[in-house]
Design a protein around this ligand. Sequence first.
Ligand code: ADP
Ligand code: MG
Length: 399
Amino acid sequence: MPLPRGIKHVSELGVEGKRVFVRVDLNVPLTKDRKVSDDARIQAVLPTLRHLIERDARIVLASHLGRPDGQVKPELTLEPVAARLAELLDRDVVLADEPVGDGARKVVSDLRDGQIALLENLRFDPGEEANDETFARALASYCDIYVNDAFGTAHRAHASTAGMVKFVGERGAGFVMAKEIDVLSRLLGEVEKPYLAVLGGAKVSDKIEVLDALLGRVQAIAIGGAMANTFLVAQGKRLGQSRIEKDKLPLARNFLRKASEQKVTIHLPTDVVVASGLDATTGQVVSMEAGVPDDLMALDIGPATIEVYRRALQAAATIFWNGPMGVFEKPAFAAGTMAVARAMADHKVALTVVGGGDSAAAVAQAGIEDKVTHVSTGGGASLEFIQGLDLPGIAALVA
Ligand code: ADP
Ligand code: MG
């Protein structure tokens, strides 16, 4: 697994008997009675943890959960996460009752070879998100070696992802982080052409930087989801009650102009599935020539559009997909998103990469996780990475 820019893989580090701090992403969804409702993020870090256990490291895990905003919120304790992790590893996981402090220090110093401690929710302390030096030094004092396996927070310069690293002697990337860097950096190098990006989801404003950066790399971009609405309005189409970002119309027009100058093909929906609102259970297809009736809204791409996007996907040799084509959470408006997922899965040779939280959920809904090259665990992080930006959590790992 090649790692660029002087970053070591955790398997290259001498961890035996050492205290190894692992920044993990255990920010999992919880049920109302505080049980882990989806343990995918816990499952994802097991290879790194098993590796460290087998090599007799003393493991100090740290993660955030939810948005406690620097305050102790008992409902956001990592307790249910520690319990699920212990079950999956079939070992004790000792939870410290604070991210730093005397209690945390005691838990860490009591660790024996091969044992695991989990610090309490990092974001209970305002020092985490503020990247406070005192907090960072406290975390660093708990370990000899720093490992980051939390790609999803690598675009944030927080104490546990960036600040503490310079105070630790040795550092490296865990299995999740290493695979993310490996696959996503392939999209920044010389890729097989044509390179097609499929962009969708909620808002143009979330993704305009990505769109702009992609113009320099791809041959075509297929746009769907609510994001497409703003572009369609920019082209003078009628969108009825559809979600539109009026203030982004100049950005959209500017983007379409740049794309045509750079000879990048932009696919926009030629038909959409419309309904009276997000609660509707059925929709009807209208062509964009006719436009969306005044009292209805576009909730998915239509069948003619699906056909065009499917052909573009088939013809592509490299594909990056972020953002669903419609309100895929509702069966009546999931067809466009599922069609994109299946077209990616049908590829035998193309490099196929999916990024984004809802896009990853759509891939799971389509049951094709194993049929694409890579489903990124990072939403914002994967988008920043494929723009070629430096992510603080990755930059910090360079020796
Ligand atoms: P990701 O998390 O993959 O980056 P986003 O968060 O940008 O994706 O967008 C996902 C959301 O966009 C989904 O909840 C989906 O229902 C919504 N969405 C997609 N198309 C539309 C549409 N036409 N109208 C309203 N919402 C939409
Ligand atoms: Mg999302």
